[in-house]
Write a protein that binds this ligand. Structure first.
Ligand code: OSB
Ligand code: MG
Length: 374
């Protein structure tokens, strides 16, 4: 595929409600999109980095810099045949996985369009529908949280994940469990605890949680393995898993029993598939995490979730939970059974609303391969 141009855009999109985790509150997203033009087709990628370097070291501004000055020019100089060629093209840039994923995922989108197959099929997906859960941020009161849970359960979501931190944990779980004894419930601490909190964390076992996600340091395996020995509740790692080797280390050390796969965090579809396969071969279930994506990132998450070992409900939910108006058509909807149906059209399966994207764009740069003049 000859790359004719790579257009980088920053869009501003307000969330329909603020999202609070143990590391902070997000009200407005600054979303970076890459639009790759190749031989009459356009592939789209979305960067999942946050506005601040809290979840990971990358953030909107670092990704913009690295895409514009490093990865964009590298890719524009090549003619990749497959999305899977990108890790090799980008090999001289260390880290910056969210930036790399932005471009790699757009190339997979292009490849699927060229082949005339759904992206899910190109990735090796086997599911026609995917099970969906919701991730609920820290609220200002328990009654407010209870009202949101009631609404999401009525909408059909199969699993409720509660963001937690010291002071917003066992009391919340107690109230939720006593009202809904049978629902599938999990929690996500985003590294809010230390190993010295282990006694406190063992009290979570009373609430029959499906998992506790990333309780300790964002870059740790060893202390999670010590903690897992003391917990009945399975630990799920999110932040710690950057690639297949990390997944193998975490599984080998028994640092977790479940893995959350995020496309941006692992650097794109190639590595996400590698983590998926490594986990599957070792009997470790995975699920697809979310990063408050717009419709483009969401469509990629949906395609990824069609792989066989994505057996637990993901944080992949309806567009309307995040945006007044999403930038894709149709918007992502979730059935009353809590499922999203995988699109059977070529490519990502959702059209980009280019007029709306243009209207929301606050900065834009075009990268082209340098033409050799003879
Ligand atoms: O840890 O899973 C996380 C959002 C931003 C940063 C980190 C996380 C999250 C979520 C939101 O949990 C998932 C979603 O997109 O709904
Ligand atoms: Mg998480």
């Amino acid at each position: 595929m000859k790359i004719d141009a790579i257009i980088l855009r920053e869009l501003h999109l307000p969330l329909v409600r603020p999202f609070e985790t143990s590391f902070g509150v997000t009200r407005n997203r600054r979303i970076l999109l890459a639009e790759i033009h190749s031989e009459g087709l356009i592939g789209w990628g979305e960067c999942t980095a946050g506005e601040r370097p809290n979840f990971s070291a990358e953030c909107t501004d670092t990704v913009w810099q690295v895409l514009l000055h490093e990865l964009g020019p590298m890719l524009a100089a090549e003619s990749p045949k497959h999305g899977g060629d990108c890790p090799h093209i980008f090999k001289l840039v260390r880290g910056n996985r969210m930036a790399k994923a932005t471009l790699e995922n757009a190339i997979w989108d292009l490849e699927a369009q060229r082949a005339g197959v759904p992206l899910a099929q190109l990735l090796g997906g086997v599911r026609e529908t995917i099970p969906c859960g919701v991730s609920l941020g820290i609220q200002s009161s328990i009654p407010e949280l209870m009202a949101i849970i009631e609404k999401e359960l009525a909408a059909g979501y199969q699993r409720i994940k509660l963001k937690c931190k010291p002071g917003w944990d066992v009391e919340v779980f107690e109230k939720v469990r006593s009202r809904w004894p049978g629902i599938t419930l999990s929690c996500d601490a985003n590294s809010a605890y230390k190993l010295r909190d282990a006694d406190h964390l063992t009290t979570f076992d009373a609430f029959d949680l499906l998992m506790i996600e990333q309780p300790l340091w964002y870059d740790d395996f060893y202390y999670h393995s010590m903690l897992q020995k003391r917990l009945q509740t399975p630990i799920c790692l999110d932040e710690s898993i950057r690639n297949r080797r990390d997944a193998l280390a975490a599984i080998e050390m028994e640092s977790c029993k479940i893995i959350n796969i995020k496309l941006g965090r692992v650097g794109g579809f190639s590595e996400a598939i590698a983590v998926h396969n490594a986990a599957q071969e070792r009997g470790i279930p995975v699920w697809c995490g979310g990063m408050l994506e717009s419709g483009i990132g969401r469509s990629h998450n949906i395609a990824l979730s069609s792989l066989e070992n994505f057996s637990l409900p993901g944080d992949v939910s309806a567009s309307a939970r995040y945006w007044k108006e999403d930038i894709i058509e149709p918007e992502v909807t979730v059935s009353s059974a809590g499922e999203i149906t995988i699109s059977d059209t070529p490519g990502r399966g959702y059209e980009v609303r280019t007029d709306l994207v243009e209207k929301l764009t606050v900065r834009k740069e075009t990268i082209r391969a340098l033409e050799l003049v003879s």
